[in-house]
Design a protein around this ligand. Structure first.
Ligand SMILES: *Cc1c(COP(=O)(O)O)cnc(C)c1O
Length: 467
């Protein structure tokens, strides 16, 4: 039986897996969710221990794509997705102290955890499009990590042209070069004369109009609201828990959080049967989720720049998916809550707040504390971590409850991706790019600088699409 997917706001068409992969956002403004989640019993989980990362990924993902992709094909796509990872374990676990661990998710091609989802997403898309005889255009805005991961995931796709918009002069040199030095005649980097919000507004407006592409080609969104991305991220929660004695010993996770995509995947692993004690929402000063958990009010505030830019957000889009569960799947209620939130803020009911607090804890970590934490870890373990990861380990210690068992912090990026922030921690050590990127600064860059102007961008995109 294949799983069907419906919108959190209840007013969009019900779709199969192919449909949600190609849709991204639901037409009613909501986010797609599976009608039912696969569930693994303790015995089934025990039987999954010891599987390699890719075998485990195939087992966990198979039920979600059933009816669209057969198991052998899925196994091949998964295998291909993780061959470019530069660690044999794919997601290695490193011990920090007696019961704190790091799950290193930065061994993929672009050095951030987003590779886990986007390597697979590109292959799933291309496979399905080949079968359907269709071509699509991916359009996305990035302030850093998503753009490069999406480009790396799609550079070999026959049926996908990808356009990534970034604010001209406002992404770090490493991040920009990771996008602009990729070769591929389907890869287009657009440096927009504007800020990140301008880029995002251009992308949003394009999805509403959408009639500017050749041969009725459709636009696909690959930001973290795309269901397929969440799905791919569920796997490493199981993988880490098994290594630490799961399912016979509950594990906790601390997750550096922006859009709530990554940590929501951990919540799903828990709902699929994995014993989890505590899910720590680790935020920087853009703490919309931490404020929600402490005050019960979900309210937006302007974005402030921090040392952990990949978590600089004012809205945590994927939180809507959790809200859906907190309100027992009442789609009409979610639609009205989100309307209220669009006006500025919304108060959670006592019941909803009690539910979220029963599994989640949270902490907000300042730039100064982030530097202290990088320095502390360097002194005590000899490990150099990136600022996002440091927020995770700091929050893990802060939110730990007694007798909790192992706590795993997700190391979301390689420190060499954020050398300036790491330098501020004054460890005396500067992080080195891994071998496949040591010549990053010698490679030729390819990008187009365009005005913050929708019609010009559409004309550019239409002209560049491969036939
Ligand atoms: C994207 C990103 C995050 C935040 O992930 P979400 O799924 O948006 O919560 C954290 N750290 C790094 C390095 C990232 O690139």
């Amino acid at each position: 039986m294949s799983i069907r997917y419906f919108s959190t706001r209840g007013q969009a068409p019900v779709l199969d897996f192919e449909g949600v992969l190609l849709a991204g956002l639901a037409r009613d403004g909501g986010l797609y969710l599976p009608e039912s989640l696969p569930h693994f019993s303790a015995d089934e989980l025990r039987a999954m221990r010891g599987l390699s990362y890719t075998d485990l990924a195939t087992t966990v993902i198979a039920p979600f794509v059933e009816g669209s992709i057969d198991r052998n094909t899925l196994a091949q796509l998964v295998e291909a997705s993780y061959t470019d990872f530069r660690h044999e374990a794919i997601a290695p676990l490193i011990q920090l102290d007696h019961d704190q661990w790091l799950l290193e998710l930065f061994h993929g091609p672009t050095l951030a955890f987003k590779d886990f989802a986007l390597q697979l997403l590109g292959r799933l898309l291309d496979h399905i499009l080949t079968r359907r005889g269709e071509k699509v255009v991916i359009m996305g805005a990035t302030s850093g990590d998503t753009g490069s991961a999406a480009i790396e995931g799609c550079r070999h796709c026959e049926n996908v042209d990808i356009f990534i918009l970034y604010p001209d002069g406002r992404v770090s040199d490493v991040q920009r070069r990771q996008m602009t030095t990729v070769e591929g005649d389907n890869v287009h980097n657009l440096a927009v004369r504007g800020n990140f919000d301008d880029c995002q507004a251009l992308v949003k407006a394009s999805f509403v109009g959408e009639r500017f592409l050749p041969d009725g080609r459709s636009l696909v969104a690959v930001n973290s609201i795309n269901w397929a991305r969440i799905m791919a991220q569920i796997v490493y929660y199981f993988y880490a828990a098994f290594a630490l004695g799961g399912p016979d010993r509950p594990v906790s996770f601390s997750v550096p959080t922006g859009n709530f995509g990554d940590i929501y995947a951990g919540y799903l692993a828990h709902r699929m049967g994995l014993p989890v004690n505590n899910l720590v929402i680790a935020t920087n000063r853009n703490d919309v989720l931490h404020r929600m958990l402490t005050t019960g009010t979900y309210s937006r505030q302007p974005i402030e720049a921090s040392l952990s830019p990949s978590m600089d957000i004012s809205i945590s889009s994927n939180f809507e998916r959790l809200l859906f569960d907190l309100y027992d799947g009442d789609a009409a209620k979610i639609a009205s809550l989100m309307d209220e939130f669009d006006q500025g803020k919304v108060a959670l009911s006592d019941a909803a707040l009690a539910k979220v607090r029963s599994l989640f804890t949270s902490a907000c970590v300042s730039d100064e504390e982030t530097c202290e934490e990088i320095s502390r870890l360097w002194t005590h373990t000899g490990l150099l971590v990136d600022p996002h990861t440091a927020i995770g380990t700091r929050a893990a210690r802060q939110c730990r409850r007694a007798e909790e068992g192992p706590m795993v912090t997700l190391a979301t990026a390689h420190p060499a991706k954020f050398p300036a922030a790491v330098a501020r921690a004054e460890t005396g050590e500067s992080p080195q790019l891994p071998p496949h990127l040591t010549d990053l600064f010698d490679r030729e860059e390819r990008f187009h600088t365009l005005d913050n102007e929708l019609t010009a961008i559409h004309a550019f995109m239409a002209a560049q699409c491969r036939s």
